[in-house]
Design a protein around this ligand. Structure first.
Ligand code: NDP
Length: 280
């Protein structure tokens, strides 16, 4: 079975978008990431794009005193670098910034103009070279996944990272079922809607408030619990403060019951028709 093994792949990891952009915040970001790792969040998601390489440098600082094999590091290649001319250098540059000699997972950040077949061939070569353990994609909708499945070695894709939160449930209609059926893991980015910023009113919603009150948790934790309570989904909230990290870890123990889900569904219904994939 190709589905990522949840005994080795945690359901909660750490995002890094926005890190490494401001030298004054870097120490805090490094501390937060280290705190997360020390408390079980050993999966870190980054990208060459974030902070123009700055996020990978921050991650490199955060992980340098840990045993590499205890970590799960994901980075992403820009679409314009995802072809034979650039991907090998782009990957090497990411490895240098991260201070490591391999990535656990390398993702195509989103689809660009380079043919998928070429990207897949390069990803397979990177695996053979030992530079990456596996590869996946990001921001792929159902049709993109179906196309990938027709390409030679396309079915070696291990993961699709897509936007998903309580206020944006479009993938439940056809992408999530397709991913489950084809045993590909789904990684939810923006699981807390960027602290509520992506959907006006989400954190003040009466249903979210009621569930928060019932479980004595924050509204943000309700959003994260909504994602974590689902099978085959990995959430990668970004948090650059120790308090936020602790709160996110505590959410692993929150179990939403059918009453909670029914209430949330009333306000944010599951989709009953196809919508295009939401992206940021
Ligand atoms: P998130 O939904 O993870 O929200 C991050 C925001 O929420 C930050 O402002 C953070 O604040 C705040 N926050 C974190 N924890 C809490 C908490 N417990 N209570 C209140 N606020 C909290 O958005 P992101 O856009 O960061 O998405 C997560 C990750 O997914 C990214 O960092 C990135 O790694 C990945 N991503 C991938 C994309 C892709 O195209 N593949 C696109 C977008 C994101 P603070 O930092 O102050 O703690």
């Amino acid at each position: 079975m190709k589905l990522l093994d949840k005994s080795t792949m945690p359901v909660l990891g750490q995002g890094t978008w926005g890190m490494g952009e401001n030298p004054a915040s870097e120490e805090k970001e490094i501390k937060a990431l280290r705190h997360g790792i020390n408390n079980g969040l050993y999966l870190i998601d980054t990208a060459e794009m974030y902070g123009n390489g700055g996020a990978e440098l921050v991650v490199g600082q955060a992980i340098k005193d840990f045993n590499r094999k205890d970590l799960y590091i994901i980075s992403k290649v820009y679409p314009h670098n995802a072809g034979r001319n650039n991907i090998f250098t782009a990957c090497e540059n990411s490895l240098d910034r991260l201070g490591t000699d391999y990535l656990d997972m390398y993702l195509l950040h989103w689809r660009g103009s380079i043919p998928l077949q070429e990207t897949v061939e390069c990803m397979e070569e990177l695996v053979k070279l030992g530079k990456i353990k596996g590869w996946g994609v990001s921001n792929f909708d159902t049709d993109d996944m179906k196309e990938l499945w027709q390409i030679k070695d396309g079915q070696n894709c291990l993961l699709n990272q897509v936007l998903y939160h309580l206020g944006s449930r479009g993938i439940e209609f056809d992408l999530l079922p397709w991913m489950k059926e084809n045993k590909v893991a789904t990684m939810a980015y923006c699981p807390i809607a960027q602290g509520g910023r992506l959907r006006r009113g989400l954190l003040d919603n009466p249903a979210v408030n009621e569930v928060a009150k019932k479980h004595s948790i924050s509204q943000t934790q309700v959003l994260l619990a909504f994602v974590l309570n689902q099978e085959n989904l990995i959430a990668i909230p970004k948090a650059s403060s120790i308090n936020h990290i602790d709160e996110n870890i505590a959410t692993l123990n929150v179990k939403l019951d059918s009453e909670d889900i029914a209430l949330l569904n009333e306000h944010y219904p599951a989709p009953n028709h196809k919508t295009f994939l939401d992206i940021v």
